[in-house]
Design a protein around this ligand. Structure first.
Ligand code: SF4
Length: 294
């Protein structure tokens, strides 16, 4: 059955209005960069937060909170300060899931070195995402960005290859994966409206691949947007194209709000009476429709 775009748009707007409040930021890693005012801090904290944004919200926050506390009022300045300011911080770093303590130390040493070599002006990393004509390129920009970090991390570690943990953190430039954590970072940096920061001016909101995290992957299936079972970079752009039918200039507008259905409402893509009966998306949800005959 074709999707009723008008009805879907109405329900997405209802969802947006419901979750358009600061209190819901605590359920998302964007709560970390939201604490800062200086664009340099926002960009650095966003990048770190997005890379470690895998696993459940509690474990992400449990790992990142002490890191940003230890980096003080300006993580950018602390990291840029070099080894003197950094040594106690590096010593106290913990492991996080696939990253060993050593991986995390290498990663933060790399960021520190890069920040020391960059001009002190915002934005810091946007130019690494642009091609020779100064444009964002759907196919090459994210792999190029990953390559840049891979090479810099290798310089820090002195090794020819990345450890499993560091490779996972940056992602493989050649992999056809949806690159969801970097897409999320782009969303935060490029979109200008809530809850994002709009620091990057040379990349446009309608160019960013949709960040296909597990919640979005489930939702786009049960909303009938796709019947694909595997999700790669191709699908990230296909889903972006779909949402352009609703918002041509800002297809990622509903990303934050849709993920709240999984994170806060605990949608598991199966009919659960208590959850589904009060869900704002029930009228456009295939699972709800087939369970209730509506
Ligand atoms: S109706 Fe239920 S299954 Fe459908 S989106 Fe809402 S919570 Fe998820």
């Amino acid at each position: 059955m074709p999707i009723d775009l008008e009805l879907l748009h109405t329900k997405l707007e209802d969802l947006r209005i419901k979750y358009d409040h600061l209190q819901y930021l605590d359920t998302d890693p964007i709560c970390f960069p939201k604490k800062y005012k200086d664009p340099l801090d926002i960009e650095v904290v966003s990048f770190i937060s997005c890379l470690y944004a895998y696993g459940n919200v509690k474990s992400i926050q449990g790992f990142l909170k002490p890191i940003f506390e230890a980096l003080g009022p300006s993580p950018y300045q602390t990291l840029r300060g070099g080894n003197k300011t950094l040594l106690p911080f590096l010593k106290n770093l913990n492991v996080y899931r696939f990253q060993t303590k050593k991986d995390n130390q290498i990663f933060f040493q790399t960021i520190s070195r890069i920040l020391q070599n960059l001009q002190t002006q915002s934005p810091l990393f946007e130019s690494n995402l642009l091609d020779e004509f100064g444009k964002f390129n759907e196919k090459n920009s994210l792999p190029k960005f990953q390559n840049f970090w891979e090479e810099e991390i290798k310089k820090t570690s002195g090794k020819k290859t990345l450890s499993y943990g560091l490779q996972f953190l940056i992602g493989k430039s050649t992999a056809k994966s949806p690159k969801k954590r970097l897409s999320l970072f782009l969303r935060w940096m490029v979109r200008t409206s809530y809850p994002d920061f709009g620091l990057y001016q040379r990349i446009y909101p309608n160019q960013i691949p949709f960040p296909l995290d597990v919640h979005i992957q489930k939702l786009i299936q049960i909303l009938g947007i796709t019947d694909r079972k595997t999700f790669g970079s191709k699908e990230a752009f296909l889903i972006q194209e779909f949402f352009k039918k609703i918002n041509p200039n800002d297809p990622l507008l509903y990303d934050f709000y849709l993920t709240r259905v999984g994170i806060i409402e605990r949608c598991n893509a199966k009919y659960q009476k208590v959850v589904c009966e009060v869900c704002f998306l029930k009228e456009v949800c295939l699972v709800f429709g087939s369970a209730t005959g509506n």
